[in-house]
Design a protein around this ligand. Structure first.
Ligand code: COS
Length: 379
């Protein structure tokens, strides 16, 4: 069994690490404060090959493995999880085309995203259907050779910034998952309107909005897969992208540990550095062991997907374990920093706010436990 990354991935990891140190960490607090969208940072990440990493090489993309994408995302997230979420959202948004698109659709939609910088959104959640995907309501009315999309999506990352949206809608609400279809919808299609930007607790550099579809006409050649295949396409997409969320969480936890190690060596109490105290050492030891376990689960899952194996259970395990571990690590990081940790002068309160979202998006950690339990009971 080989745990080492190959030379190519090590070089990409170094590029991503340098990019996080030089281009993200210096600006992360300001984007967090203003909630402004860091378009130029994400564009630069794309130019360096650190975003839209899934597009196959034969279509002009990087053709990075899921493992490779996880290595990159961990580094970017160490810089800022909000910026990492925005950059990684392109792979989430493009995955339905990879999973369910024909060769002609892949050529039509993926090649332009490899050739120039574009942002992509994945429109699955709705105001009344976040966890219950089969209950989504956005209606796709067949009219001749077109579909007319009507309804609202919610919590859409890159919702106000994307050039391209992959959208899940139902032709028949009563048939639950069997009625769902996936569509590719360019931003300039009449009737597609992003709504108000959410004012979030954390990951404030990422753009999260409702997106309205008011009679959006979409030709059936923009439907991915057959009518009714949208649910499977959404699930297989999430199986592929949840390890990336695991990697994002590892990036946050690693930053929390690095910040704590530096602070605990400097900060004095009772006449010595607080790093001398077991109470502090044990918190940092837990952070380190949980982050190693998170990375191993995440990389194993990514490796399985790259080998073409079904990995729903491992994908949910990687997402759930790593994001819970990142939450605990960042809460403990604030504790180690004490009063300082609770102020915006130090970076750890942002890590804690950023980590919280990870237990919620791409399927809450309760949904992940449901998927794991179903897989256990059905085998
Ligand atoms: N891959 C392929 N097919 C899958 C699948 C997967 N990972 N998971 C389920 N399916 C199939 C099932 O096999 C079943 O197929 P049949 O019609 O042949 O029986 C069908 O899809 C329906 O599956 P299931 O009965 O499990 O669906 P449920 O409605 O019970 O819901 C959950 C499944 C809860 C897992 C799903 O709604 C979910 O993932 N929710 C969270 C959504 C999420 O992550 N949202 C975040 C949005 S992105 S920020």
């Amino acid at each position: 069994m080989e745990f080492a990354l190959d030379d190519e991935l090590l070089a990409l990891q170094q590029t991503a690490r340098r990019f996080a140190d030089e281009e993200i960490i210096p600006v992360a607090a300001e984007f967090d404060r203003t909630g402004e969208f860091p378009r130029s940072v994400i564009q630069k990440a794309w130019e360096l090959g650190l975003s839209s990493t899934f597009i196959p090489a034969e279509l002009g993309g990087l053709g990075l493995s899921i493992l490779g994408s996880c290595v990159v995302v961990e580094e970017i997230s160490r810089g800022c999880a909000g910026i990492a979420t925005s950059a990684m959202c392109n792979d989430l948004g493009l995955s339905p085309i990879l999973v369910g698109g024909s060769d002609a659709q892949k050529e039509e939609w993926l090649v332009p995203c490899a050739e120039e910088f574009k942002l992509v959104s994945f429109c699955l959640s709705e105001p009344g259907a976040g966890s219950d995907v089969a209950g989504l309501q956005l209606h796709a009315q067949k009219e001749g050779d077109d579909y007319i999309l009507t309804g609202t999506k919610a919590w859409i990352t890159n919702g106000g910034e994307a050039d391209l949206y992959t959208v899940f809608a139902t032709v028949d609400r009563s048939s639950r998952h069997k009625g769902i279809c996936a569509f590719v919808v360019p931003r300039d299609t009449p009737g597609l309107e992003p709504g108000k930007k959410e004012d979030k607790l954390g990951q404030r550099a990422s753009d999260t909005r409702v997106v309205h579809f008011d009679g959006v006409r979409v030709p059936s050649r923009q439907r991915l897969g057959a009518e009714g295949e949208g649910f499977r396409i959404a699930m297989e997409t999430l199986d592929r992208t949840r390890p990336m969320i695991g990697a994002l969480a590892v990036g946050i936890a690693r930053r929390a540990l690095d910040e704590c190690l530096a602070y605990a060596r400097e900060r004095k109490a009772f006449g010595s550095a607080i790093a001398e105290f077991q109470a502090v050492q044990f918190m940092m030891a837990d952070m380190a062991k949980d982050l190693e376990a998170s990375r191993l689960l995440t990389h194993q899952c990514a490796w399985m997907i790259d080998k073409g194996m079904r990995a729903s259970k491992q994908s949910s395990m990687a997402k759930c374990f790593s994001t819970d571990a990142a939450m605990k690590a960042t809460v403990d990081a604030v504790q180690i920093f004490g009063g300082n940790g609770y102020t915006k002068e130090y970076p750890v309160e942002k890590l804690m706010r950023d980590a919280k979202l990870m237990q919620i998006y791409e399927g809450t950690n309760q949904i992940q436990r449901m998927v794991i339990a179903r897989e256990l009971l059905s085998s």
